[in-house]
Design a binder for this molecule. Sequence first.
Ligand code: ZN
Length: 427
Amino acid sequence: MAEPGRTPAAPHLLRRLWGTKRLRAAALAVCGLLAAGSAVIARPQPPGAQGPPPASRPCALRQVPGVAMSEGFADPPDNGHGREFAPSTGTVRALTLLVDFPDAKAPYSARERYGEFFPAVPEWYARSSYGRLRYESTPVLRWIRMPRPFAAYGIGRGYGWDAHTEMMRDLLKAAGTSVDFRGYDLVNILVTPNAGPPADESVLSVTWTGASAATTDDGAHLDKVSLIYGHDQSGFRVLAHENGHALGLPDLYSADDFQRTDRLAGQWDTMSLDWGLQGDLLAWHKWKLGWIQDRQVDCVTAPGTRTYRLRPLETPGGTKAVVVPLDATTAYVLELREALGNDKDACRQGILAYRVRTDVDSGRGPVTVLDSHPRTSACDFSSSTFNGLNDAPYAPGEGWKDTADGLSFTVLPPDAAGDWQVRVTRR
Ligand SMILES: [Zn+2]
């Protein structure tokens, strides 16, 4: 965190890792979270007194100060117009610009580039949020030509804050008075795909939050900016991932050992691998963003054995998660994943179980999925490398026992209504 009054020098840099069918050792060595610190401005006080906490709230672990994009809940909430992160419920307003360069002129129309992401991204968010987040993009459907060549900005894998601010200041100059930046929660910049290396060689797409890179003459700040470079197999989901950062979600992949991603969250959340089969977000993330209500979460704080019913995460209604908090920073989560909605290409269905830690930085593995079949992989999608957790969900008759944490569960056959049942014991 920055000291009060100091110019934030290390904003959140959230870089998406590459996604490609061709794994290249060199690319794997480069990783995401390059800025270790985060610039957080003093938070506003909560608006008025709040009622008694609902029963699920003991499971809503609090954010840990100093942890980059902590998986915990902020108190008071940090999503909203003018807050640290963009609103995650109601309407989020995005300004979407298209940019090319004198040495990388766009090979096709701005409208066509825009169509690669819209309306797909707003539709993805509408499905994932059960209609609770309305994503409104206002595009400027022409290429804004930057004043200097692409090469002059020093945009490469791991480019820093200085390069970003230079580019944003030039963007404001190039946009001139024809673009009104006021009144938006975030800015998308879709760069012409021929600028820089192909995305299957080096992924440059990135989101910057936590500090303003440039300010317009009329006072609009560029403080939540997602930049999309190149083309890769992620398609529109690269922008869904980047916008996830603007909403406050961390990277679930392992930034310093990318192979380890296959033992963390694998393809089970778009903040982990955005080219995976299971394209939705974890229930924990949906709860954190306000898409799952407190009453849809069963919170297991007392010792004993009980049976819980779960409805598929991908469709509205019903109980979406069973959460078992171990301490102030660790919880287990059980949810039901089926081949529906944003998970329509899912490989296996069943009870997905994972551990969330609020004291682990973005890109360092805050989520670890429990693998029901640890020695096998399944449903080869992108390569032979990142499919180890595709068969992670537990089927009826399967279960897990962790004697150290005192938690065990068994999946029961679905009931007559089709809800899945899971029997959970907490010592
Ligand atoms: Zn990311």
